[in-house]
Design a protein around this ligand. Structure first.
Ligand SMILES: NC(=O)c1ccc[n+]([C@@H]2O[C@H](COP(=O)([O-])OP(=O)(O)OC[C@H]3O[C@@H](n4cnc5c(N)ncnc54)[C@H](O)[C@@H]3O)[C@@H](O)[C@H]2O)c1
Length: 365
């Protein structure tokens, strides 16, 4: 069956305050609502649609069920000049992340390196947002999180470990940044929505059905019941295990099978653990030399020869850099399904001016 790809072209400068207003109406503190709206828009702007406004409804459902605390500031449980152990107090994941990033950067600005470990956290969306914000224009950023069990062990039957996403970012002058933002799974769960929306089969070696049979049919199980292949077999699996060490093991949070699911256990706090590391570049070499070197790496990557039929090689972070440029110049394209859900959530709390934000409906070719 042919599916029409309908989207709304949205002005980001209108979408962010609108979404913040909706979250505030659901009870969130206005500053925190603005942080969350900003981070969701950032994911969509960067083309990481699996972690943008497509998830707005999930967070609001959790707020309504009382399993995600609003207006809840983080607390520093213990700190040194270079470290902090932070209780996220089950607040909104984006708010916890933003505060942890600010803390890590402030410590690294003084002491050259900082590592902030967080427990009682929530889903922080795209890891790349936090790696990039940690890096800013003058540091290397490294951020990661554990997550509910969704990835199978190589050759394994059933759920073994979280997809445990992380990002590593460094400033790269005129090219934005070098930023690797990945999970340990073959495909992020949020991408299932897009495959369903466009009625496209999954690529092979991405998903198992709950009975352990590999599938390419995005409708062959409930959204939250698919089990991910690890990417690169033992490599992705090993990475997930080590990200669990850096996040939950260090922070003292729940491990693998103790972590509630975001989609299946809506009424339970997720109790995630995260880490935020910042390294001040000038502690090692002049910043200008580092940036020049990063630009040289990118120019080298761009000149790499490719085999026939393959596109030019991109640097990690380039798809997001290009997507951001396009979204800011031409407007953000939000799928109609997502637009309708956001509008419905707004109307449910008597915010009725959403049509001013979602006012340009397009049928993509
Ligand atoms: N919060 C969570 O629990 C959670 C869990 C899983 C994934 N995620 C997020 O989902 C998103 C997608 O994760 P994923 O594992 O599917 O990653 P992915 O396979 O989409 O890879 C993304 C990374 O690869 C780079 N990249 C993509 N195409 C490239 C190309 N052609 N050339 C060079 N580099 C390229 C991007 O710049 C980016 O760094 C990420 O933002 C991740 O943080 C979050």
């Amino acid at each position: 069956m042919e599916i029409k790809d309908i989207r709304y072209r949205v002005d980001v400068s209108k979408l962010i305050p609108f979404a913040a207003k909706v979250l505030t109406k659901y009870g969130e503190d206005p500053e925190y609502a603005s942080i969350t709206a900003n981070a969701l828009a950032e994911a969509d702007i960067c083309g990481v649609r699996s972690h943008g406004f497509v998830r707005f409804g999930q967070y609001i459902t959790k707020i309504k069920k009382g399993s995600l605390a609003i207006k809840n500031p983080i607390e520093v449980a213990h700190e040194t000049e270079t470290t902090a152990l932070v209780n996220g107090n089950n607040g909104m994941g984006f708010v916890i992340s933003q505060k942890a990033v600010e803390l890590a950067r402030a410590k690294a600005a003084k002491s050259d390196i900082a590592f902030v470990s967080v427990y009682n956290a929530n889903h922080f969306g795209a890891a790349g947002i936090w790696g990039s914000r940690l890096a800013g224009q003058d540091m290397i950023g490294f951020a990661g999180s554990n997550a509910e069990r969704i990835v199978s062990a190589p050759g394994g039957l059933g759920r073994a470990i979280g997809s445990n996403p992380f990002s590593l970012a460094a400033p790269a002058g005129k090219y934005g940044n070098l930023c690797l933002d990945i999970s340990a799974g073959a495909m992020a769960q949020g991408k299932i929505w897009e495959y369903r929306r466009l009625n496209k089969p999954f690529p092979p070696q991405c998903w198992l059905r709950p009975d352990g049979v590999e599938t390419t049919d995005p409708f062959s199980a409930d959204f939250a019941e698919f089990i991910m292949f690890p990417f690169g077999a033992h490599k992705g699996f090993g990475l997930a295990v080590m990200m669990e060490c850096l996040s939950a093991l260090l922070a003292g949070g729940p491990l693998n099978k103790e972590v509630p699911s975001l989609a299946r256990d809506m009424d339970k706090p997720q109790l995630l653990s995260q880490f935020y590391c910042a390294i001040r570049i000038e502690a090692f070499r002049p910043l200008a030399d580092f940036i020049k070197g990063a630009e040289t790496i990118i120019e080298y990557i761009h000149e790499l020869p490719v085999r026939e039929g393959f596109p030019p090689v991109m640097y990690p972070g380039e798809p997001e850099f290009l997507s951001r440029k396009k979204a800011l110049e031409e407007g953000l394209l939000i799928p109609e399904t997502v637009a309708k859900e956001v509008l419905g959530l707004a109307e449910a709390v008597d915010i009725l001016d959403g049509q001013e934000v979602f006012n340009q409906r397009l049928e993509m070719s």
